[in-house]
Design a binder for this molecule. Structure first.
Ligand SMILES: [Zn+2]
Ligand SMILES: [Zn+2]
Length: 241
């Protein structure tokens, strides 16, 4: 899944928007993210354009932009206004993948995006042409991050109804509760438990790890509803929850 898809997704159950997106693993090669450092330092727009293209044209001195964010060709002034609408979506993305990518996301959130929307109310066509030259690289990088880089595994969380939805092998799985499969989904939560907030692990619906315990002796994890003393089925160690 591309993180830009977040702008098009609402919770399928309660319709809340935007969902919170937590990225655990990228399918995009980590080398690609590592290379961004020098691409950013050089503002190398052409290099980014090889991965994902942005169409820029000029009609009667007015710059027009078509990219994956606008989806149709728009005069630059309208384009910048439209970008303002995706800011909340970008803030809803959290990168827990331990690659260079979280530094890139941080840079987009804290610097690059602000630089773009600074000009959202600018109307002077001549000034906008100049401004576009200054922010062109930022727009390219934003497109690259949102619509080129592919998430392999992660989750989306609805803050309203407390549901979580997995992204598995790049596919967001947004099924109704009754056809979701408890066992593999709990396995998925266990696999990524170190990347998921405790309140989600223990309280999110439709499945969570509320009843899972880890044996302090052998590290075996298992599900039990018992309170008080628990016997590890693996090593017979007795411990309290
Ligand atoms: Zn919801
Ligand atoms: Zn044990």
């Amino acid at each position: 899944m591309k993180s830009g898809l977040l702008s098009l997704l609402a919770c399928p159950i309660c319709k809340y928007y935007p969902l919170q997106l937590k990225i655990f693993k990228w399918e995009t090669d980590s080398d690609k993210f590592n290379q961004l450092e020098s691409i950013i330092a050089e503002k190398n727009t052409e290099q980014l354009n090889k991965d994902i293209q942005i169409k820029v044209s000029k009609i009667e001195n007015e710059i027009r932009v078509k990219d994956n964010i606008s989806r149709s060709e728009k005069p630059i002034s309208d384009y910048l206004k439209g970008l303002n609408n995706i800011y909340d979506d970008i803030l809803a993305i959290e990168d827990n993948s331990n690659t260079k990518s979280n530094e890139i996301l941080d840079l987009i959130k804290k610097e690059l995006f602000n630089k773009i929307i600074e000009y959202k109310n600018e109307k002077n066509i001549k000034d906008l042409t100049k401004i576009f030259e200054q922010i062109k690289f930022n727009i390219h990088l934003l497109n690259w991050y949102l619509f080129y880089a592919e998430i392999e595994e992660g989750i989306m969380i609805c803050e309203k109804c407390n549901r979580w939805f997995p992204i598995i092998e790049t596919i967001p799985q947004m099924l109704p509760d009754e056809i979701r499969k408890e066992k593999p989904e709990k396995e998925f939560l266990k696999k990524w438990k170190d990347n998921i907030k405790e309140e989600v692990l223990l309280e999110a619906i439709p499945f969570n790890l509320e009843n899972y315990v880890i044996c302090p002796q052998c590290g075996h994890s298992f599900e039990t509803v018992e309170g008080g003393e628990i016997i590890c089925p693996n090593c017979n160690y007795i411990f309290n929850r």
